[in-house]
Design a protein around this ligand. Structure first.
Ligand code: R5P
Length: 303
């Protein structure tokens, strides 16, 4: 017997939340899935209003809502949409291309809130049955959800874009810290070049970071790609770019999945010698050169 929760793929519906309308639309087209109509407005005092139509016939709905800034508003919007669909008997899968708060996935200083754990509990309590995200900061964070949670990697798509669009002379992939080295390794394998992880230290109170090139690594005359999961203020990439230039790199390109680009990040990175930034559309920006829609669509087809 097929239950509502186990409906076949042709009964997949997509709902595009306010932060991910275009990505939802693109993915729905690839899946040839029907769409739930999402009417949304903000009241003058900042509260959200939603009207969702079409869910009376939908069994499985993939709600697309990235939680880039303003993070809390985007999270609340996801909660409101998901909870409504759950109340109507729908199995809700949340597609959260950029998952906010993922950097605070453990306690670094006494008394700190493990923010991601709270976010994960909130989302599950709204009735979400599964979560799909892209390049979560640390996969450990997936364990907080208590429901199936998946992080897909956009690195192969970023690598393919670089191969096709950037003229790179002796490419070399740099991870700005040890945490980014798995992704850098994956990109280097795809591009067929070498990689290294910089030695980064961060003052946990001030947030100040410093980086060093590991011994024996030579980037002189090479085109360096600095790859990170996200760029916020651009400080990490700027420091890595400066170091690469000091060590004789020919050109420096920044690549990331989530380009949050807070506080004049682009200007800071350009000043440090970045010639280009390649990012995905998990956060829509002028640098969203790579769409994650095919990645999400392929994954949904396999569910
Ligand atoms: C931290 O570990 C992350 O992977 C990024 O390196 C960091 O969030 C980037 O932040 P920012 O651009 O402000 O240096």
């Amino acid at each position: 017997m097929i239950t509502r929760a186990d409906s076949p793929l042709d009964e997949v519906y997509v709902a595009g939340g306010p932060s991910s309308v275009q990505l939802a639309d693109e993915t729905a087209k690839l899946l040839r899935a029907k769409q739930i109509r999402v009417d949304h407005k903000l009241f003058p005092d900042g509260e959200n209003y939603f009207k969702l139509t079409g869910d009376e016939v939908a069994h499985n709905v993939f709600v697309f809502q990235s939680t880039y800034p303003p993070q809390d508003r985007h999270l609340m919007q996801l909660m409101l949409m998901s909870n409504k669909l759950m109340e109507d008997g729908v199995k809700v899968v949340a597609v959260i291309p950029y998952l906010a708060y993922a950097r605070q996935h453990r306690t670094f200083l006494l008394g700190e809130v493990v923010s991601l754990r709270t976010v994960a509990r909130m989302l599950a309590s709204a009735g979400i049955k599964r979560v799909i995200t892209i390049d979560i900061h640390n996969v450990e964070g997936l364990g907080f959800f208590g429901i199936p949670a998946h992080s897909l990697s956009a690195v192969p798509l970023l690598a393919d874009h670089l191969i096709a669009n950037e003229s790179m002379n002796r490419p070399f992939i740099v991870a700005p810290d040890a945490g980014a080295s798995v992704r850098a390794d994956a990109m280097a394998t795809r591009i067929k070049c070498e990689f290294a992880a910089l030695e980064k230290s961060r003052d946990r109170v001030t947030g100040e970071t410093s980086v060093r090139m590991p011994q024996g690594i030579d980037v002189a005359g090479k085109d360096v790609v600095i790859l990170d999961d996200m760029i916020s203020t651009g400080g990490t990439i700027a420091k890595a770019a400066q170091l690469a230039r000091e060590k004789g790199a020919k050109g420096v390109i920044a690549a990331c999945t989530h380009a949050l680009l807070a506080e004049g990040a682009m200007a800071k990175m350009k000043e440090a010698g970045i010639r280009d930034l390649v990012a995905t559309n998990t956060v829509p920006t002028p640098y969203s050169k790579v769409s994650v829609a095919p990645l999400i669509a392929d994954f949904i087809k396999q569910l």
